[in-house]
Design a protein around this ligand. Sequence first.
Ligand code: SAM
Length: 365
Amino acid sequence: MPAPTTPLTPAPSPRGDFLLFSCQGGAESALTLRQAEVLPGFTRGAWRRGAMTFRIGPDGFDPPDDFFPDLVFARAAVRSLGQVTGDSARACAAGVRRLVADTAWDNVHVWARDPRSDLPVALVREMVAEACGLLSLPDPVARPGDLVLDCVLDSAERWWVGWHRAATPASTWPGGLYPGSLGDDKVSRAWLKLGEALATFEVTLEPGERAIELGAAPGGACLRLLEAGLDVIGVDAALVDERVARHPRFAQWRMRAREVQLRRFKGCDWLLADMNIDPTSTMAALARIVVEGRGRPKGIIATLKLPDWSRAVAITGWLAEIRSWGYEPRARQLSTGGREICVVAMRARRVVSLPRRRAIRRPGA
Ligand SMILES: C[S@@+](CC[C@H](N)C(=O)[O-])C[C@H]1O[C@@H](n2cnc3c(N)ncnc32)[C@H](O)[C@@H]1O
């Protein structure tokens, strides 16, 4: 059991014995794999697509406020207070009020367990806020430190209720869902994904820095980097979109990652990777640059695609490998991404001795 990493907060009354995690639909088995590894004292309770509960254990363990980042696949972590049922939203909202008694809430987060459903999330939020005594409806994005009442809509007639204390950026977003949206001019979804990665891990890009992205086409992430004022190089055999290609601070190396001479990575501040290849090949491509080539970017932002969910067993090993390069990795399955994880790794202040230089040749990269 890892030690809690943030100060603990007193629980409002009544207090739940179960934690409810929401995750991407389909990611439940991956979440369970991570839970068995990082929270082995917990036992699994209910399991539905997009939501799972675990009984808190062992006795006396007080869950931290940092949303269990080691679980990677948990979008939101809620201390369960129980469920309410009713034949109308108003009846359910009254049930929530009975469940939470007189706790003074700072915010209310409402989301549907299955985001494809058309449940009236905004209306429910208004009703619950009114029933629970919030004088005015705050912005759905909470402030750090806020005590948040959570309602996960399983169906129109059944809601799960709980609470959390907002701490990390993702814990300020209802259901841990990144509130950004994708404009038509942003080239690809990767523009939004990179926005979520930067916000989640609180990474700041500085104008004038140099970024290289492996797997850059069609160019959404490169566009986001250009908008932040960086000089950007996209590595991809496929062409990037015109809007990116003609930008004066953009250049493309039209080749595969492994074909780029290592010396060309010198002076790179940010190394990004978003290649649709096996995660071991992405890891090999990064290691080739950082270990074999001794390129020392200040940060790595990498997408590791999971061909299937069972590959989640390898995450601890991947993070350990990145640590051995002298970086501090953190990982999360972004709410705007698919079956993949995002790893952000900042160069460690005290550089550990690097693994011996060796030729890293694995297929694909
Ligand atoms: C998911 S797309 C990348 C999206 C892109 N990051 C964006 O912002 O729009 C995956 C890309 O990886 C590229 N790719 C696959 N294998 C690669 C390799 N070995 N080296 C470089 N690029 C590769 C593909 O050509 C494809 O364009």
